[in-house]
Design a protein around this ligand. Structure first.
Ligand code: FAD
Length: 496
């Protein structure tokens, strides 16, 4: 009988996606599968992607990385959330702060109490009850599982890091665990004439790389998933109008804020990501509304420090592969789809797809049921994130450009429309199965973008005015007291 066991795994691409996949696969499957990674220095990597979300902490731990070493190697900093400026209206801002807000109640989220308190004349901002937000604004950080002497959740955090250095660091980790790296450019992909499965990759050097399963981390080009096995790309540009980014690093400021800034402009938005050695900047914009020259003017007019290089323009197509896994090719990273970096989800999508691949890893041959389940989970995950990102555009009250007016007028996916309507009328929001973002994330963005619910949960009426005042007052005091005790963010980085 023919042995169909998957023994040879080939990863094409040595960007963040390729090396994250190689590091995870070698850790979990290294004893049973031979892993080879092919990359071309001549082609290089996309070279952006510096902000992450909290699950990265678990990923690094699963790989066995030491946080201190990781921050040193990647010149990283701590991220407590994303500050959205000028998104709802010019001059206004809010934060999507990670972690919890207020206090967790079993049947009714804290924001219902906040809404009730507001009706009674309370003037506090929702973010007065966010430990992450208060720490971010005061430039403070320490890992904290709970607010001391309480069972209230502590700080939830992620990282900003230099993605190129992260890939290099993971390369050393993966090679140390037996991953074989081949430097070279793939010039031909050979497929079985009956099945269409890829059999091997031909490099310009003449070397042939055989494999049973191929992970396509070749970036936007999708060399295997698109060019070879032909998995279709579904565009989501009708909802996410930006299609270009201009990126440039600048000198690092004296203080390193522990949060990402996302600043909306007339026809796009700008990111600022503080690292130890520089600030990563970029402008995401719509080429229908802005030329590259206009984008350049806006970006360079709003840099937080002197530019360290010439800007790079990166065109992109928002959307995803209908089949992220097709035949014996699984695409990860930019080869599998792209959602703009507004909520820093791309590196997370690599992490979750690589984890999913481990869970669905084929044993004796590739089974269609496994492939279908992998693709279903991938699609649901992408669609939920897509909705969350569209929300930022749709729920805007800017009237200063056609771009923002068109975003407000556009029809959105039913899944998002229903969520917004439910929240607007009742204050309720539910995390769908497989939704990366929690209810608290959705609440913050909806409230921050100006969707103020017309009602609150009836449970919040259970507190009389005095009890409500006590609850709110004690939470605020606890949060303020905790923030005062935290060390400065820079102290945490330099201590590490
Ligand atoms: P790439 O970095 O493009 O790597 C592709 C690899 O394939 C390279 O090693 C290349 O050499 C190799 N390759 C290609 N063709 C061949 C060939 N023929 N032969 C051999 N090798 C080949 N993500 C976040 O999580 N947070 C962010 O803040 C963020 N910001 C972003 C901003 C922008 C403007 C963009 C475009 C993306 C951003 N991302 C962000 C996404 C993030 O950059 C990517 O998800 C991540 O870097 C993974 O890229 P990749 O490895 O898939 O592709």
């Amino acid at each position: 009988m023919q042995d169909t066991t998957i023994k040879n795994l080939v990863i094409l691409g040595g960007g963040t996606a390729g090396w994250m996949t190689a590091a995870l696969m070698s850790k979990v499957l290294g004893k049973v599968v031979n892993i080879t990674l092919v990359e071309s220095d001549q082609i290089g990597t996309v070279g952006v992607g510096e902000a992450t979300i909290p699950p990265i902490v678990n990923f690094n731990q699963a790989l066995g990385l030491d946080e201190k070493e990781f921050l040193k190697q990647t010149k990283g900093s701590i991220k407590l959330g994303i500050q959205f400026e000028n998104w709802s209206r010019q001059g206004e801002h809010y934060m999507h702060a990670f972690g919890s807000i207020g206090k967790n109640f079993p049947f009714c989220d804290f924001h219902h109490f906040w809404l009730r308190n507001r009706e009674q004349g309370g003037a506090d901002s929702y973010w007065d009850y966010s430990l992450n937000y208060q720490a971010a604004m005061n430039n403070k950080f320490a890992p904290l599982a709970n607010i001391p002497n309480t069972n209230l959740p502590g700080i939830s955090y992620a990282y900003h890091f230099d993605a190129g250095l992260y890939a290099r660091y993971l390369r050393r980790v993966a090679e140390g665990r037996g991953v074989k790296r081949i430097e070279g450019k793939v010039c031909d992909v050979r497929q079985n004439s009956d099945t269409g499965f890829i059999e091997n990759l031909l490099l310009e050097s003449g070397q042939v790389v055989e494999g049973d399963l191929f992970v396509d981390c070749s970036g936007f080009v999708g060399l295997l998933i698109e060019k070879a096995v032909g998995s279709e790309y579904e565009s989501w540009q009708q909802w996410l109008p930006c299609d270009r980014a201009m990126a440039v690093p600048s000198c690092s400021p004296e203080r390193i804020p522990p949060y990402t800034r996302s600043i909306a402009h007339a026809c796009g938005w700008q990111w600022q990501i503080p690292l130890q050695h520089r600030t990563g900047n970029g402008l995401v914009y719509s080429s229908e509304h802005w030329s590259d020259e206009q984008a350049h003017e806006v970006l360079f007019g709003n840099l937080p420090g002197e530019a360290l290089s010439e800007p790079r323009i990166i065109p992109f197509r928002t959307g995803h592969r209908r089949e992220q896994w097709c035949k014996n090719v699984v695409s990860l990273g930019l080869a599998s789809g792209f959602l703009e970096p507004l909520e820093s989800t791309s590196i997370h999508l690599v992490q979750s797809a690589a984890t999913r691949l481990v869970k669905c890893f084929p044993h004796r041959g590739i089974r269609q049921e496994e492939v279908a389940e992998f693709n279903r989970q991938s699609r649901v995950e992408m669609e939920r994130i897509r909705d969350f990102i569209i929300l930022h555009y749709k729920a805007n009250q800017r009237r200063d450009s056609d771009f923002w007016r068109q975003c407000e007028d556009m029809s959105v996916p039913d899944s998002l429309r229903e969520k917004m309507e439910l929240f607007r009328s009742t204050g309720k929001v539910f995390r769908d199965y497989d939704d990366l973002f929690t209810e608290i994330a959705w609440q913050q963005v909806m409230i921050g973008q100006g969707i103020l619910p017309q009602d609150h949960h009836v449970i919040a009426d259970g507190l009389n005015e005095g009890q409500m005042k006590d609850l709110m007052g004690s939470l605020k005091t606890l949060i303020q007291g905790t923030v005062e005790q935290l060390p400065p963010h820079e102290a945490y980085l330099s201590h590490n």
